[in-house]
Design a protein around this ligand. Structure first.
Ligand SMILES: *Cc1c(COP(=O)(O)O)cnc(C)c1O
Ligand code: SF4
Length: 338
């Protein structure tokens, strides 16, 4: 990127000025924006192919009038985080691990986000007392072995604040390792500075889960940011959401999972889309996801295979959802084409 830092697009007017939405869409998008935050970084903007009305990058980040449609099954808190939040900023669903959400801001706002009712510039970061209380909860709960920083996107925090967080969590004896979930290496790679990497290395073993949904997002800049983390000895895993019109084909997933593996990012989860409001145009069926995973099994290295998972609506936990490898007679199904 050049020296002048270009600005992130944050409203319908800016999207229209960049011709990412048509003038006649502007009113509808303004209404969507009243409910769900918008942010498209210069890096993501450069990736959008304006000539392609089905561009998989645009589809993930440019708001769509269909977001105003909330279906019967959709819910504001699709995986029931609120019911498992003993302290502000903490979600404690599994005994051994907690989510810690230090901020609600993200570098980009994904149109399919399952926390879309919670994230955005309006949802402020935890203040000092709230963060102290969240860390105190982890310190007081012996069963917790892993703290997972998520949000929002924890890598929008300054290197100084991240270092402080990593050091304070690492001082808790019963934590064995930390994990950070982030889209920053892909959406805003220039944030992955040496200072930020050093902050992540300032404590116990820390894994980074890079969120990415399409191989085209793995630009040279994004890959350089990931390489910086990997070269520092930070283990990387990839997390992908299965999204209609973005990556719901075996070829697209094959390309993504191979690109991740080639770049030292182990594909970890392929998520079934959650029932977040206004996201029905992104949702595939479980049968479609299973069929894609079945096809990939025979053609992709085991190293490049993620686990296909569903977060049970309401908050009952994440489960692998197949496909099933036995037919109705109980015989195993070969992944190889006859
Ligand atoms: C997804 C999730 C985790 C992490 O689950 P893993 O299977 O370990 O990746 C932890 N806590 C909550 C509340 C979650 O939703
Ligand atoms: S970066 Fe993550 S939390 Fe933020 S909008 Fe995208 S999916 Fe949601």
């Amino acid at each position: 990127m050049d020296g002048n830092r270009r600005t992130t697009l944050r409203d319908a007017a800016a999207l229209a000025a960049e011709k990412l939405i048509a003038p006649e869409e502007r009113d509808a998008i303004e209404r969507v924006a009243e409910r769900y935050a918008i942010a498209i970084t210069p890096d993501v903007m450069d990736l959008i192919d304006r000539a392609d009305s089905d561009d998989p990058i645009a589809r993930q980040y440019v708001p769509d009038a269909r977001e105003a449609i909330t279906t019967e099954e959709e819910r504001a808190d699709p995986i029931g985080d609120a019911a498992h939040s003993p302290v502000k900023g903490i979600v404690h669903r599994y005994p051994d691990r907690v989510l810690l959400k230090p901020t609600h801001a993200c570098a980009v706002y994904c149109r399919f986000c399952f926390r879309r009712e919670m994230v955005g510039p309006g949802g402020a970061a935890l203040d000092k007392d709230e963060l102290d209380a969240a860390i105190a909860y982890i310190a007081a709960t012996q069963a917790i072995r892993e703290a997972i920083l998520t949000g929002g996107d924890p890598l929008v925090l300054s290197a100084r604040r991240l270092r402080d967080l990593v050091e304070r969590l690492s001082a808790i004896d019963h934590l064995d390792w930390l994990r950070v979930h982030t889209r920053v290496p892909v959406a805003d790679p220039s944030r992955v500075t040496n200072d930020l990497v050093a902050a992540l290395k300032a404590g116990k073993t820390l894994w980074v889960a890079v969120h990415v949904n399409h191989a085209r997002e793995l630009t040279p800049e994004a890959l350089a940011a990931c390489a910086k983390l990997a070269d520092a000895g930070i283990p990387l895993i990839g997390q992908t959401v299965l999204l209609k019109g973005v990556n719901d084909s075996a070829d697209t997933l094959d390309e993504l999972f191979c690109a991740l593996t080639k770049n030292r990012i182990k594909p970890y989860y392929l998520h079934q889309g959650d029932l977040a409001p206004g996201t029905s145009h992104f949702r595939t069926t479980l049968a479609e996801g299973q069929s894609l995973m079945r096809e990939l099994r025979g053609r992709l290295s085991g190293l490049a295979q993620p686990t296909y998972v569903l977060d049970i609506p309401g908050g009952a936990g994440k489960i692998p959802v197949g496909p099933d490898w036995f037919d109705e007679t109980g015989a195993p199904i070969s992944p190889l084409k006859p």
